[in-house]
Design a protein around this ligand. Sequence first.
Ligand SMILES: Cc1cc2nc3c(=O)[nH]c(=O)nc-3n(C[C@H](O)[C@H](O)[C@H](O)COP(=O)(O)O)c2cc1C
Length: 202
Amino acid sequence: MIRVTYVSREVAGLTSDRLLALISQCHRNNPSKGLTGMLLHGNGTFLQVLEGEESVVDALMSAIAQDPRHTGMTIVRRETVTGRQFDGWSMGFERVTDESLKSVPGLHNFGLRNFTPEYLSGHDDVVETLLERHRAPHWDPLIRELDARDKLIGELRRELLQMRNDKAMAALVLETMIDVASEGHINDAHLDICRTALHGLR
Ligand SMILES: Cc1cc2nc3c(=O)[nH]c(=O)nc-3n(C[C@H](O)[C@H](O)[C@H](O)COP(=O)(O)O)c2cc1C
């Protein structure tokens, strides 16, 4: 297993919704590939760690290097590891701010203005400290937004299943009624089934 850390610069016009789409993409793809990691974003800069099987990480790194949403990918560290540091994060995400960076223990005179690919790629120790600080669970507003969206999608999916279920029930009732009507045997029990089905649909 390997862990790769790199920095890059976002391209102009990377709006919040495009960023959200990018994180959703990570959440969608990474679990089935056994990838975990963390993505920090701020001051137009990405700092990402990816951990997983070497061939899987390398294949993704090649794809990411060609992604038009950023440029100047520079690898800060690549190491063989025996365990994960970001277990439980298919891709943790945080938008760093001047305030959050200034409160990182162990960093002095470090703020958003230093959060650049140029600075970070030359300061391996700072990168380590930043990642250490962000390893703990945290709740970025964008992640909350993603979570809320996932919940909404879950509810819609359940609703849809319920609707399908109701529709299947209605179809079954109608088929039964057509069968019994064709034989001329409609009785009170059949009418009760109709009323129950109708009630369910309303
Ligand atoms: C900064 C950055 C980080 C990315 N991280 C990931 C990632 O962790 N997992 C992933 O699948 N794609 C990631 N991507 C997107 C890949 O470049 C690529 O678009 C994606 O893997 C294509 O897969 P798909 O089309 O099957 O979704 C990242 C892109 C950028 C710009």
